[in-house]
Design a protein around this ligand. Structure first.
Ligand code: EPZ
Length: 423
């Protein structure tokens, strides 16, 4: 198992290119199965979750070719004969659950393992299943698997997502485009990942109204054709590096390959810290503030503050001058990183779904444990401003969602090495 050894504190100076988005690529990969011909996706990051999903898709008989150096991934659905996504793969990555919508949509049958929970608690899929039942599909649960079937054409209907769910929106759209006479999703997610999926499905021939709004209406078409689609840049990686660039007063960083329109309200919230940011085209320049202003933020669905940046933000607030609050309204227990930050000297209390952070605290290097993808990267951010050596253990979590992280940060002055973790 690998770990990062980080020497701090170091300022970050220079340019970091943003990679393709994991969370935008996965729905596009699932959508490729719906086509009658191959789909090519460009700007795909070389991440563990992409390789895992490639293998999930290959189980069905589809051919998947991934040129990882070019970031080009081609999926040919011609030989799809096996409508199953097995537990041993789905448990590795919950987004494999998108196979339910794709297989049910394309072939009218699917046997997909229920996804497990994750480090910070249960991740229910009731909205996915109830939405498909409303559409008219037959959904059964048996020995940890969802067994789904549907006739050539489903009547469809209307289903309201409460709460609004990215995954449920993706799965229901995938199931409906080739199968539901007319299906309306209310309170649909409108994260950029969902908007991109709907736009690309439309290019494949789908009939979807309301793209970019909270109400999507899908009308069945007879077939979809493969396309070439550019995957989005990773908005969460962008936010993560913006935060990294604000944490040391001498930092001065330029991010390139940014999809600025995907950032929602984050840039204006970020400016409250006192950081100086300049945005033009696909570039963001961040100059760290002399002192970070304390803030009070609440995560929200898009375009609000993303829950996937909550841990990174709380880490930055340990360096702010004063008391900050971070409330997660999407997941109420996504604070497993807090005890690890406390080991580094942070002063944080969690009460229900709110972290109260006292700053500025001088962080001192220590060994800390990654628990999930976004918590792990927060420990790296902390290690880069902590005095001395910080070991971040179990960084396989990081390899799921951050492409070439240590190379990118080392290029701008961080002192990070990847080594074997003593068992
Ligand atoms: C997606 O997960 C992302 N994953 C998550 O990113 C992200 O944190 C999340 O959206 C919220 O933005 C991918 O895109 C692969 P949800 P998803 O369904 O779709 C509740 C990362 O770090 N809910 O929008 O699983 C759920 O419990 C990952 O890259 C139900 O109650 O999230 C949560 O409270 C972590 N029933 C809320 O909805 C359901 O059937 C939002 O979850 C489904 C969800």
């Amino acid at each position: 198992m690998d770990k990062f050894v980080i020497e701090g504190p170091t300022p970050l100076q220079g340019t970091i290119p943003i990679s393709g988005s994991k969370n935008a690529a996965l729905p596009l990969m699932a959508a490729a199965i719906l086509g009658d011909s191959p789909t090519t996706i460009t700007n795909v990051p070389k991440l563990r979750d992409i390789y895992t999903f490639n293998n999930v898709i290959r189980v069905t008989g589809c051919r998947v070719d991934f040129d990882e150096d070019e970031g080009v991934l081609t999926i040919d659905p011609k030989n799809l004969t096996h409508y199953e996504a097995p537990y041993e793969l789905v448990r590795k990555m919950r987004a494999s659950f998108y196979m339910l919508g794709a297989l049910l949509g394309k072939y009218g049958e699917a046997k997909v393992s229920l996804p497990g929970g994750c480090a910070w608690g249960p991740r229910p899929v009731d909205l996915h299943l109830d939405g498909m039942r409303e559409m008219g599909a037959d959904i059964k649960l048996n020995e940890g698997y969802v067994i789904a079937s549907a006739p050539e054409e489903l009547d469809g209907g209307t289903f309201t997502l409460e709460p609004s769910s990215v995954g449920a929106t993706v799965n229901l759209v995938l199931a409906a485009v080739l199968r539901a006479k007319e299906f309306t999703i209310k309170n649909a997610a409108k994260e950029p990942d969902v908007v991109l999926l709907c736009k690309k499905l439309t290019e494949m021939g789908a009939d979807i109204d309301g793209i970019g709004t909270r109400t999507l209406t899908i009308r069945k078409v007879d077939s979809l054709q493969g396309i070439t689609a550019r995957n989005a840049s990773d908005r969460i990686e962008t936010g993560t590096f913006m935060i990294a660039a604000a944490m040391h007063p001498q930092s001065n960083v330029t991010l390139t390959n940014v999809d600025v329109d995907d950032l929602g309200h984050f840039p204006e919230i970020f400016r409250e810290t006192g950081a100086d940011i300049t945005i033009n085209d696909s570039t963001i320049h961040i100059k760290a503030p002399k002192q970070i202003n304390p803030t009070s933020i609440k995560t929200k669905v898009y375009p609000g503050f993303p829950t996937d940046l909550q841990a990174q933000w709380a880490t930055m607030m340990t360096q702010a001058n004063g008391t900050s609050k971070v409330t997660d309204t999407i997941y109420d227990d996504r604070f497993s990183y807090v005890p690890e930050l406390v080991r580094l000297g942070a002063d944080i209390d969690v009460n229900k779904n709110t972290a109260h952070i006292e700053g500025k605290t001088e962080l001192k290097g220590a060994s800390v444990m990654s628990t999930d993808l976004r918590a792990s990267v927060s420990l790296v951010l902390a290690g880069m401003v902590a005095k001395g050596k910080t070991d971040v253990l179990r960084i396989y979590h990081l390899d799921r969602g951050y492409e070439d992280l240590e190379e990118k940060l080392t290029t701008v002055g961080a002192r990070i090495t990847r080594t074997q973790q003593e068992e």
